[in-house]
Design a binder for this molecule. Structure first.
Ligand SMILES: NC(=O)C1=CN([C@@H]2O[C@H](COP(=O)(O)OP(=O)(O)OC[C@H]3O[C@@H](n4cnc5c(N)ncnc54)[C@H](O)[C@@H]3O)[C@@H](O)[C@H]2O)C=CC1
Length: 487
């Protein structure tokens, strides 16, 4: 992965008209791929195509717009009628990026990070309009890119802004930002995004920021953004290129079993067309044949198995295209498409500490995988699972969890039902999941693992911290991603 240091990456406005992504040297330019897009959800075209950025994992139970109509970008302000200020030149397709540009001079009164944050703060106030404008401009200027995106763009808009916000938030933490962007780059391989897409996206992004953050826009801010965008692109391109050497851009996976546990919840088992390496606690992105280019994230509900099969728990949510299709329409024989594994909610097997696991609803899926993972290590350590649901009827995987408990003496499983004692099964605790955890303990020697709806994760983390588990020992999937998914 490229380190983010080097050329200034300034735009035409900022560097005397050289244009963006000017190669640092001809030799490097010859060797490097051209930049790609910051946030595309492109069509899976070429299996081995290098990629752009995945805007952070959306989360599993998606709330999608109901009407599947013409692209929503049409509702955006007409960029042709009203050109953006400070429009920068389009770098030639295939032009090579600068080598490892620095994301920010970290010192000085107006470091890049400060300029970028100020403009993001202003942009955030018009986030919807800015993202709509961005996509409208992109599709007007580069119509061939339209087919790479889903027909309805609502979720896509969120994803772009979320990716930007995350990158900006992590801007001063080189390691975290690098990991995030590398993951984004790898994740975009499945879309078939090409490095040559990055300049187009960069140009339209700058135009949107210039238009919707006019008070903070100027040559210095523009130059800071160009440096940042160039660095971001390069990191993602490098990560995708590296990934290309060892993994396919996506996996086809045939459904081998489809089990309805409740009218809304299905357990799907799939067979990938080639080995799919992942770790218990991770998740993947999944595309169905019925909604091309619409990807959703689901956790693996089992640790890696010798037969290579993968299992997912899917709950259909109102207006959820993918989830509803997976629960109500999918059948054995249907073929899904999987992106690469992602996520860091994994067990450190070098440690001996106990695991305190909170699984809310279908959030129990990765918790079950973690339990199997610990069992597979053959080195017993205490694992305490609190499994929450609204009613006892919704504890769709309780039997499996109780069977695991019977097999492993180090495992405890406590069902928790939120809807009140009257509806609780005899053996279930009543109340919210985090409250139930408080009744047991002490937990300060445990590591926390949380998976479920965003509200549960928020209160769960607060609770565990209050019970003496430091934040660095608490793991969960990104809250931003859960929230942005609209769940
Ligand atoms: N399917 C999958 O692979 C995975 C799904 N998820 C997420 O898990 C969630 C599952 O949704 P549902 O099954 O509908 O769960 P749900 O909404 O029925 O809630 C399950 C549990 O969480 C508790 N809870 C909910 N909101 C809370 C709050 N604000 N404070 C404290 N406790 C709260 C409830 O009391 C209940 O015990 C979705 O958000 C999904 O994105 C997370 C990881 C994996």
């Amino acid at each position: 992965m490229t380190t983010m240091s080097g050329s200034d990456g300034a735009s035409a406005a900022g560097n005397g008209g050289r244009g963006w992504f000017t190669p640092a040297s001809d030799a490097e330019a010859a060797e490097r791929p051209a930049p790609g897009a910051l946030d595309a959800t492109p069509t899976p075209q070429g299996r081995t195509g290098t990629a752009a950025a995945e805007p952070g994992p959306e989360r599993r139970a998606e709330a999608e717009p109901q009407a599947e109509a013409a692209p929503r970008a049409e509702a955006a302000p007409d960029p042709a009628a009203s050109p953006a200020p400070a429009a920068s030149p389009v770098p030639a397709a295939g032009s090579a990026p600068a080598a490892g540009p620095a994301p920010a001079p970290a010192t000085g009164p107006l470091a890049d990070s400060e300029l970028i944050r100020t403009s993001m703060d202003e942009l955030e106030r018009s986030a919807d309009a800015a993202t709509a404008y961005f996509y409208a401009l992109l599709f007007v200027q580069y119509p061939h890119l339209r087919e790479m995106f889903p027909a309805a763009m609502d979720n896509q808009r969120d994803r772009l802004f979320r990716a930007l916000l995350t990158a900006v938030r992590l801007y001063d933490d080189g390691k975290l930002l690098g990991d995030y962007l590398a993951n984004l780059g790898r994740g975009h391989r499945k879309y078939g995004t090409l490095p040559t897409h990055y300049p187009a996206v960069g140009e339209c992004l700058m135009a949107a920021i210039a238009r919707y953050a006019p008070n903070s826009w100027g040559p210095r801010t523009e130059a800071a953004w160009v440096r940042a965008y160039t660095a971001i692109s390069q990191t993602m391109i490098d990560a995708a290129a590296e990934d290309e050497r060892r993994a396919p851009a996506w996996w086809d996976a045939e459904i081998v079993s489809h089990e309805l546990r409740t009218p809304e919840i299905a357990v799907l088992t799939v067979r990938p067309d080639q080995p799919y390496p992942f770790r218990a606690g991770q998740y993947t992105s999944l595309e169905t044949p019925w909604w091309p280019r619409v990807w959703r994230h689901y956790s693996f509900a089992s640790a890696p198995r010798p037969d290579g099969l993968l299992t997912f728990h899917v709950k259909s949510v109102p207006a959820g295209w993918v989830s509803t299709a997976l629960v109500q329409r999918a059948r054995p024989g249907d073929v899904l498409r999987l992106g690469p594994p992602a996520g860091s909610m994994v067990v450190d097997h070098r440690a001996d500490s106990g695991l305190l696991c909170l699984g809310g609803g279908t959030g129990i899926a990765p918790i079950k995988a973690l339990v199997e993972d610990v069992a597979g290590q053959g080195r017993p350590r205490p694992v305490e699972v609190f499994y929450g649901a609204r009613t006892s009827h919704d504890l769709y995987d309780l039997e499996t969890m109780l069977r695991l408990k019977e097999r492993h003496r180090w495992l405890s499983v406590r069902p928790v039902v939120a809807a009140g004692a009257a509806q609780a099964a005899a053996e279930a605790l009543a109340g919210e999941l985090p409250d139930a955890v408080r009744r047991y303990g002490p937990w300060s020697a445990y590591d926390g693992y949380l998976s479920g709806p965003p509200g549960m994760i928020r209160t769960g983390v607060e609770t565990l911290v209050g019970l003496g588990i430091p934040t660095h020992r608490i793991r969960h999937d990104s809250l931003d991603e859960l929230v942005a998914q609209g769940v």
